[in-house]
Design a protein around this ligand. Structure first.
Ligand code: FCB
Length: 458
């Protein structure tokens, strides 16, 4: 089977086909003075923090300069919607006080350009580029930063709420808390459990406050959260210890965020682990009113979290005592990630069971294969196409089995800055020649995705 031949006829007629990016990964701008410094600019200056050494002052893929080109590509691909994020330090360089009109005007141009092409904007307010000045006062551990974030959200909502219907407050807060503050592989590069716990708590509060702020200015828009939820898989013996650890992983990846953001409460097992390990009690009474931020659910899904027994616990999941990381099946992407298409289906079904009345979007799914142009100039990224075929088929099956799935956003529109990997890892539907004027070429997978969208409409 190929991507073009996936049978999408069972999906609702208003199903949304999209693609996504984020500000830090494509825009650039700190070097040219167009925006304030963010925590990823700072991490980029730490030797070895970004694998290809491209961290400091990179230009993204010059999306700001090439906006018209990129909008035209989206049109050419027949996208219904484009998911992007606002760079907080572009619109408010220091994260508090004065806003930057030039930065805000850029997103006006982007949004208007989308609407002119009949493409729905789907806007994320925080995709990891915290203004550096806010990190200097403790970053997301500091409740004052949550308050400032609320002010920024209100301002953005007042500015764009007339034209943008779908709003996400945070992208993958699990990564922000745990990769940013426990393993330190993401910005701000901290390795400290108490810090990570504080951040995990304040981010849940930030979702509540951010959604209240957005709705205060634009009551009619639809607000949700985007999380990298997962289906933990155990390979090997289902011993009581292994099963208990698996449940803890589920707590870290799924329950903390979904219960926190959509129900305003915390899972008791995680609260207990955090208190035992750090002395910090996360009080769910501090979350605040979450009712403004649960109009939709965004699922980012790439692969399952896979474990085997016989280990001593996984350091990324403090409190686990018997697991070890593992791979699944034979296929690996160039990131080393297993293919687990059944997992996206299972995760969608699980979310839908827990939250039957809330519409769900796959807000990110895609894969890394680093194919470049062949002699004929074309980019034959056949593994990407195969991967997408399996995952999109699984999404269709989930919808058929009753999941209220409203749309699918492919990650990513463009090859881009893949965080700690720099520009080495290509997730794009569109190839970007980083060495030659950032020239864009549609990969074969992009052409297949376009045909899939067009045949769905006809
Ligand atoms: C997700 C991020 C996104 C991108 C993909 C590959 O975790 O949200 O920015 O890096 O992974």
């Amino acid at each position: 089977m190929s991507l073009r031949s996936v049978d999408t006829s069972s999906l609702p007629k208003d199903f949304i086909w999209g693609a996504g990016t984020s500000s830090m990964q494509i825009e650039g701008g700190h070097a040219s003075g167009d925006r304030g410094r963010c925590i990823w600019d700072s991490l980029g200056e730490v030797p070895g923090a970004i694998r290809d050494g491209s961290g400091a002052n990179h230009r993204g893929v010059e999306h700001v300069e090439m906006l018209e080109t990129d909008l035209n590509i989206m049109k050419e691909l027949s996208l219904d919607s484009y998911r992007f994020s606002i760079s907080w330090p572009r619109v408010q360089p220091g994260g508090s006080g004065v806003f930057n009109e030039k930065g805000m005007a850029f997103y006006d141009r982007l949004i208007d350009g989308l609407l002119e092409r009949n493409i729905q904007p789907n806007l994320t307010l925080y995709h990891w580029d915290l203004p550096q000045e806010l990190q200097s006062i403790g970053g997301w551990t500091n409740p004052e930063v949550v308050t400032l974030f609320g002010d920024y959200c209100a301002k953005m909502s007042a500015r764009y709420g007339d034209r943008v219907k779908y709003w996400a407050i945070l992208n993958e807060p699990w990564c922000v808390a745990w990769l940013g503050n426990l393993t330190g592989e993401h910005a701000p590069g901290i390795k400290d459990l108490p810090t990570a716990v504080r951040v995990a708590h304040q981010l849940v509060r930030a979702h509540a406050q951010g959604s209240q702020a957005v709705k205060s200015q634009s009551p009619h828009v639809l607000v949700g959260a985007v999380n990298n939820l997962t289906n933990p898989i155990l390979i090997g013996d289902a011993t009581p210890e292994n099963l208990r650890d698996l449940e803890i992983v589920d707590g870290y990846k799924n329950r903390w965020w979904m219960q926190g953001m959509y129900e305003g409460k915390y899972p008791a097992d995680l609260v207990e682990i955090f208190e035992r390990k750090t002395g910090i009690f996360c009080d769910e009474n501090e979350i605040g009113d979450v009712s403004d931020g649960r109009d939709w659910i965004g699922l980012n899904y790439y692969n399952a979290d896979v474990f085997k027994g016989g280990g001593t616990g996984v350091s990324l999941f403090p409190g686990t005592t018997s697991l070890d990381g593992a791979g699944y099946g034979v296929e690996r992407t160039e990131m080393g990630w297993s293919w687990t298409p059944d997992g996206i289906k299972e995760t969608l079904i699980q979310i839908s069971k827990n939250y039957p009345n809330i519409p769900i979007f796959v807000s990110e799914n895609g894969t890394c294969y680093n194919d470049g142009p062949s002699a004929d100039g074309k980019i034959y990224d056949t593994k990407r196409e195969e991967y997408l075929t399996q995952y999109i088929t699984a999404c269709v099956e989930a919808q058929k089995s009753g999941v209220n799935l409203k749309g699918y956003y492919l990650w990513s529109l463009l090859d881009n800055f893949e965080w700690a990997w720099g520009f080495e890892m290509r997730f794009g539907l569109v190839y970007v020649d980083f060495k030659n004027k950032m020239q864009r070429t549609l990969k074969e997978s992009a052409l297949a995705y376009k045909d899939l969208i067009r045949s769905f409409r006809n």
